[in-house]
Ligand binder design. Structure first.
Ligand code: PLP
Length: 360
């Protein structure tokens, strides 16, 4: 007899992970918005030092890391939650806020984990189409708010489309959302966003107890293999709720040590952002040379429609045969589009050369 699972197991979509892990040869991983640069040397050393105490559980309160985040951001410690990647906090938010009868509003296409929240909880998801220029339609999202809305998610900059909204528009949106509904501003890529200083959204927290900023060490800090993310919350109640629904030791000891050390290296992080920006501009210029108009990126990846939408499977196959892994737009809700993570210089050149051949 087959096992019987909860009905939500049939509803939860499978995460479209890159199929990179069995490939031989020099593979360029440009599918998961990772950093092409290895973790900062001092961070690697901090992880090595922490190895000797892995016989002990990690600090379940993440005290040192939350303390340092509080120093850096000005958000009180009791309003900071730490997770096993920011995804952990996102799923916990779904669990803590959603249930049958509740509603969730998010844009689409956006981060592929968002549909999981409604599927797992039985809440109703309202997916609001992006504007023509691939941005969140905040007005349309606001029009979907009802008494049943428990959560709105705004991904800024947006994955997969790379676009960002200026902080003024975000601020006006959060002002207009009624206080009973939580707003998660998913800022996984905020350090790459040239339209705003990451502190500008932090400043909104004091006025909005229903606002949560979700951030991560996965992207600009190059630590996605370890899993550490955090939430800066407008009120303590969100932090308490997400702690309640998760296992007590969600952020492991190595991740805590690495994140703590990473926060000491703001200069190196800024240099990486600059390098990434220069490489991204090169990629965008290359694409324009093929007659492609990429979306206006404020992130470490680019998003564009191929000249011929039907060419997508062939282009993906051709890239993959050349050891270049990028993300299919079809898998993210838009046939004929590609999402390409900015790689190291040689990878970006390889990608452009390969694409030139495949488009011919
Ligand atoms: C928009 C967005 N949010 C959250 C995450 C999750 O990041 P992590 O769980 O690695 O912190 C990602 C990862 O790709 C993302 O693109």
């Amino acid at each position: 007899m087959a096992l019987e699972f909860a009905s939500k197991v049939r509803r939860i979509p499978v995460y479209p992970a890159a199929e990179a892990y069995g490939l031989d040869g020099p593979v360029a991983l440009m599918a998961s918005n990772e950093s092409p640069y290895p973790p900062i040397q001092a961070v690697q050393e901090a992880v090595a030092r922490a190895l000797g105490s892995l016989n002990r559980y990690p600090d379940p309160t993440n005290a040192a890391l939350r303390g340092k985040l509080a120093d850096r951001t000005g958000v009180p410690v009791n309003r900071i939650a730490v997770g096993n990647g920011s995804c952990d906090l996102l799923l916990a938010a779904g669990e803590a806020l959603l249930e049958p009868g509740a509603e969730l509003v998010h844009a689409w296409p956006a981060f592929s984990v968002y549909p999981h929240l409604a599927a797992a909880s039985g809440a109703r998801a309202i997916e609001v189409a992006l504007t023509e220029d691939h941005r969140h339609d905040l007005g349309a999202m606001l029009r979907e708010v009802t008494a049943a809305t428990r959560l709105l998610i705004v991904c800024n900059p947006n994955n997969p489309t790379s676009t960002a909204l200026p902080i003024e528009e975000i601020a006006a949106f959060v002002d207009a959302v009624p206080r009973h509904a939580c707003v998660i501003l998913d800022e996984a890529y905020i350090e790459f966003d040239m339209l705003q200083d990451p502190d500008e959204s932090v400043a909104l927290l004091d006025r909005h107890p229903n606002l949560v900023l979700l951030r991560t060490f996965s992207k600009v800090y190059g630590l996605c293999g370890l899993r550490a993310g955090y939430a800066l919350c407008g009120s303590e109640s969100f932090r308490i709720a997400v702690d309640q629904v998760r296992q007590p030791f969600s952020c492991n000891a190595l991740a805590q040590a690495a994140a703590l050390e990473a926060l000491e290296h703001g200069d190196e992080v800024a240099r990486r952002v600059e390098r990434n920006l220069a490489e991204r501009i090169g990629l965008e210029e290359g694409l324009r040379g093929f007659g492609i108009a990429p979306a206006e990126s404020q992130a470490n990846f680019v998003w564009f429609d191929l000249p011929d939408a039907e060419a997508e499977p062939g282009v993906l196959r051709g890239l993959s045969e050349r050891g270049l892994l990028v993300r299919s737009g079809a898998a993210l809700g838009r046939e004929g589009a590609l999402r390409v993570t900015v790689g190291a210089q040689a990878e970006n050149e390889r990608f452009l050369e390969a694409l030139a051949t495949l488009l011919r």
